[in-house]
Ligand binder design. Structure first.
Ligand code: NAP
Ligand code: G3P
Length: 470
């Protein structure tokens, strides 16, 4: 199937051909919109917003439920596109679509119960019973949602659904490689009773239209998921509007001496290598007690030997990376580490964009792989001699998304967890985002603000206070 992505009123636009990650098969054409066209789309969203905010809440929720139903109905077609466009195993792509439908439904349900509150004046000294505040949550206006390539459906809907339920209109800019999947998702939304204009699909290269949309005067909020580099640029440019950012990570798996190493190895491999490590929440380094390191490395290798390598259509876990540059980056990190003395346990093999799962032991802090987010299937093991170094080395990273701690000692686990500069700590399990209603936070250069269904809803509204003076 070859599809063409455009908004109805755009004519004579430059286009870009989008090819599959494997097989180089033409999947469709993408409009590269001009600034004028983008601006028109933003104005359309702005014009539609007031009426949308006045639409009854139950009706907005119904539209979201309807959208979820249509995603489930079309899951095969959408998953097929996700799988081909971003190289994700077909079954995982299908899971992404169904997970997204669940997320949309939960958002609709949370949204209909999201009311303001009432405050009585006499609870503050000097206040009065005759003053009552009614605090209502207003939509912000036009929300700009920018998503990355790796979850082209889930990380788009997790922005669009909370924005819509709270009465915002949305300008959605997908990753260029991922836009065809995004378009199928939007097509499903447009098949509901959503009024015209409320969602605007804006396509083009981020490097060309990104700054323009972020700084457009009709944009009232930016919600972004992607690299730290782009996120930082957005936060510097957006003026006087809220910005929520989900950025890169370097999540450590901290394995203490007393850990169940079998459990740790299984979780580490699952966490590090699913979708070839192209997840913000992938485990990206192992910090293990020196005394347990040999045994853990052996168990990790054993688990890695089970990983399937190959094509997304065959549901392989390790599939070709999103593009040549991504594969070059991972390969260079591996070469740098080996040149500086890391021990190659397994891997370091490349076929085009396909990087075989690679495990490096005895990684030290002078190696780039100790600090850089590879976004690919390579895992460094750093051996820890001194207990203080679990926290010190974890926190030396610019990132602070999640961390896992493997130990049977709850007290120690809590003590270490409390000192880690991260958004979430997982005990005896891999790092991961879900379930999607949990708060999801990036500390330091991993993000700004909090996500997760309830938090996302809150981030897209502002308080408005009506004070009754009786
Ligand atoms: P990316 O290169 O930063 O791109 C993300 C999005 O930003 C794309 O839609 C891109 O459009 C757009 N963009 C590029 N330049 C822009 C600009 N100047 N202004 C506005 N938008 C711009 O990231 P990616 O390669 O797609 O995704 C991988 C990164 O995302 C990793 O670092 C990963 O850790 C992070 N990530 C984080 C989370 C999280 O929840 N913390 C989740 C997933 C991914 P184009 O595609 O057109 O360039
Ligand atoms: O990188 C995308 C992020 O949202 C991760 O989700 O479920 O793979 O941990 P998950």
């Amino acid at each position: 199937m070859i599809i063409s992505v455009s908004i109805a009123n755009v004519k004579n636009t430059d286009t870009k051909e989008i090819y599959s990650v494997t097989g180089n098969q033409l999947l469709g054409n993408l409009d590269l919109m001009s600034q004028k066209q983008v601006s028109e789309a933003i104005h359309n969203a702005s014009d539609a917003q007031t009426q949308w905010a006045e639409t009854e809440l139950y009706k907005r929720a119904e539209i979201l439920h309807n959208w979820a139903d249509k995603l489930v109905e079309n899951q095969q077609e959408i998953a097929q596109m996700v799988s081909e466009e971003v190289g994700k195993g077909l079954a995982s792509a299908q899971k992404e679509v169904v997970r997204t439908a669940d997320l949309i439904r939960y958002t609709a349900e949370e949204g209909v119960r999201y009311h303001g509150d009432m405050m009585k004046g006499d609870s503050f000294k000097g206040g009065s019973k005759d003053k009552i505040a009614m605090v209502e949550q207003e939509p912000l206006g036009v929300v700009l949602a920018i998503s990355p390539f790796n979850y082209p459906v889930n990380l788009a809907a997790s922005k669009i659904a909370p924005a819509l339920i709270t009465g915002n209109s949305v300008v959605f800019k997908p990753a260029t490689q991922g836009a065809l999947s995004g378009q199928l998702m939007i097509k499903a939304l447009l098949e509901t009773d959503l009024p015209e204009g409320v969602i605007q699909f804006v396509t083009g290269k981020g490097s060309e239209i990104g700054d323009f949309i972020v700084t457009h005067p009709k944009i009232d909020m930016v919600t972004f998921t992607g690299s730290t580099e782009v996120g930082q640029s957005i936060s510097q440019q957006a003026k006087m509007i809220p910005v929520v950012l989900e950025l890169g990570g370097k999540d450590p798996a901290i394995v203490l001496e007393d850990a169940d190493l079998e459990l740790a190895a299984k979780n580490i491999v699952g966490g590090a290598f699913s979708y070839s490590g192209q997840r913000c929440t992938a485990i990206k380094r192992v910090l293990v007690a020196d005394s347990a390191a040999d045994e853990l490395a052996e168990k990790i290798k054993k688990e890695m030997d089970q990983l399937s390598v190959g094509s997304p259509a065959d549901n392989a876990t390790i599939t070709p990376l999103i593009n040549d540059e991504a594969a070059d980056k991972v390969e260079n990190l591996i070469i740098d580490a080996i040149e500086k003395g890391a021990e190659l346990v397994v891997g370091n093999k490349r076929e085009d964009n396909l990087i075989y799962p690679t495990l490096l032991d005895n990684v030290t802090s002078d190696m780039e792989i100790a600090w850089t987010e590879p976004f690919g299937p390579v895992l460094p093991i750093i051996r820890i001699q001194n207990e203080d170094d679990y926290v010190a080395i974890s926190n030396e990273s610019q990132y602070g998304l999640q961390a896992s701690i493997f130990t049977e000692d709850v007290k120690k686990a809590m003590h270490i967890g409390s000192k880690l500069e991260v958004g979430s700590v997982q005990y005896n399990a891999k790092t991961e985002r879900g379930p999607d209603h949990f708060p999801f936070i990036g500390a330091k250069n991993s993000g700004l603000g909090s996500q997760g269904i309830r938090r996302s809803i809150e981030s897209m509204t502002r308080d408005k206070v009506f004070i009754l003076n009786m």
